[in-house]
Write a protein of this length. Sequence first.
Length: 102
Amino acid sequence: MPDPYFVLVSTAELADLASALEVVDGHAELNHRYRKLIADSCQVLAAEEIRLTQARGIAKRLMVLVKAAGPGFRDGLPEVARTALDVGLAQADALVFRPEED
Protein backbone atom coordinates (compact mmCIF):
# COMPACT_ATOMS: atom_id res chain seq x y z
CA MET A 1 0.00 0.00 0.00
CA PRO A 2 1.42 3.42 -0.90
CA ASP A 3 2.14 5.96 1.81
CA PRO A 4 -1.26 7.61 2.53
CA TYR A 5 0.46 10.97 3.08
CA PHE A 6 1.23 11.17 -0.63
CA VAL A 7 -2.04 9.72 -1.93
CA LEU A 8 -4.46 12.38 -3.18
CA VAL A 9 -8.24 12.06 -3.04
CA SER A 10 -10.68 14.09 -5.10
CA THR A 11 -12.98 16.04 -2.80
CA ALA A 12 -15.83 15.18 -5.17
CA GLU A 13 -15.46 11.62 -3.85
CA LEU A 14 -15.93 12.99 -0.31
CA ALA A 15 -19.31 14.63 -0.99
CA ASP A 16 -21.05 12.33 1.50
CA LEU A 17 -18.63 13.38 4.22
CA ALA A 18 -19.23 17.05 3.38
CA SER A 19 -23.01 16.57 3.44
CA ALA A 20 -22.84 14.95 6.87
CA LEU A 21 -20.80 17.89 8.15
CA GLU A 22 -23.50 20.23 6.84
CA VAL A 23 -26.15 18.24 8.72
CA VAL A 24 -24.19 18.48 11.95
CA ASP A 25 -23.57 22.18 11.38
CA GLY A 26 -27.23 22.86 10.68
CA HIS A 27 -28.85 20.76 13.39
CA ALA A 28 -26.49 20.22 16.32
CA GLU A 29 -26.14 22.50 19.30
CA LEU A 30 -22.36 22.78 19.51
CA ASN A 31 -19.97 25.22 21.13
CA HIS A 32 -17.62 27.52 19.19
CA ARG A 33 -14.73 25.04 19.29
CA TYR A 34 -16.77 22.35 17.55
CA ARG A 35 -18.06 24.95 15.07
CA LYS A 36 -14.41 25.78 14.31
CA LEU A 37 -13.76 22.10 13.52
CA ILE A 38 -16.63 22.17 11.06
CA ALA A 39 -15.43 25.40 9.44
CA ASP A 40 -11.86 24.11 9.14
CA SER A 41 -13.07 20.84 7.61
CA CYS A 42 -15.25 22.63 5.07
CA GLN A 43 -12.33 24.88 4.14
CA VAL A 44 -10.13 21.86 3.43
CA LEU A 45 -12.92 20.19 1.44
CA ALA A 46 -13.20 23.29 -0.77
CA ALA A 47 -10.02 22.22 -2.60
CA GLU A 48 -10.21 19.95 -5.63
CA GLU A 49 -7.92 17.34 -4.08
CA ILE A 50 -6.65 16.67 -0.59
CA ARG A 51 -4.29 14.14 0.92
CA LEU A 52 -5.79 10.87 2.09
CA THR A 53 -4.50 11.64 5.57
CA GLN A 54 -6.50 14.89 5.55
CA ALA A 55 -9.62 13.01 4.44
CA ARG A 56 -9.16 10.56 7.30
CA GLY A 57 -8.72 13.45 9.73
CA ILE A 58 -11.97 15.03 8.58
CA ALA A 59 -13.69 11.66 8.91
CA LYS A 60 -12.50 11.42 12.51
CA ARG A 61 -13.70 14.97 13.16
CA LEU A 62 -17.15 14.05 11.88
CA MET A 63 -17.28 11.13 14.29
CA VAL A 64 -16.28 13.39 17.19
CA LEU A 65 -18.83 16.04 16.21
CA VAL A 66 -21.68 13.54 16.05
CA LYS A 67 -20.71 12.19 19.45
CA ALA A 68 -20.55 15.74 20.82
CA ALA A 69 -24.02 16.45 19.44
CA GLY A 70 -25.41 13.97 21.94
CA PRO A 71 -26.93 10.50 22.03
CA GLY A 72 -30.34 11.56 20.66
CA PHE A 73 -28.98 13.75 17.88
CA ARG A 74 -29.52 11.30 15.02
CA ASP A 75 -33.02 10.35 16.15
CA GLY A 76 -34.13 13.98 16.25
CA LEU A 77 -33.19 14.67 12.65
CA PRO A 78 -35.63 14.83 9.72
CA GLU A 79 -35.49 11.75 7.46
CA VAL A 80 -33.42 13.40 4.70
CA ALA A 81 -30.86 14.77 7.16
CA ARG A 82 -30.65 11.42 8.98
CA THR A 83 -29.97 9.63 5.71
CA ALA A 84 -27.26 12.14 4.75
CA LEU A 85 -25.68 11.75 8.18
CA ASP A 86 -25.74 7.95 7.98
CA VAL A 87 -24.18 7.93 4.50
CA GLY A 88 -21.49 10.38 5.60
CA LEU A 89 -20.72 8.36 8.72
CA ALA A 90 -20.45 5.21 6.60
CA GLN A 91 -17.88 6.96 4.41
CA ALA A 92 -16.04 8.18 7.50
CA ASP A 93 -16.03 4.67 8.91
CA ALA A 94 -14.57 3.32 5.68
CA LEU A 95 -11.84 5.97 5.63
CA VAL A 96 -10.84 5.46 9.25
CA PHE A 97 -11.36 1.76 9.93
CA ARG A 98 -10.99 0.15 6.50
CA PRO A 99 -8.14 2.02 4.80
CA GLU A 100 -7.28 -0.98 2.62
CA GLU A 101 -10.46 -0.32 0.63
CA ASP A 102 -9.26 3.14 -0.47
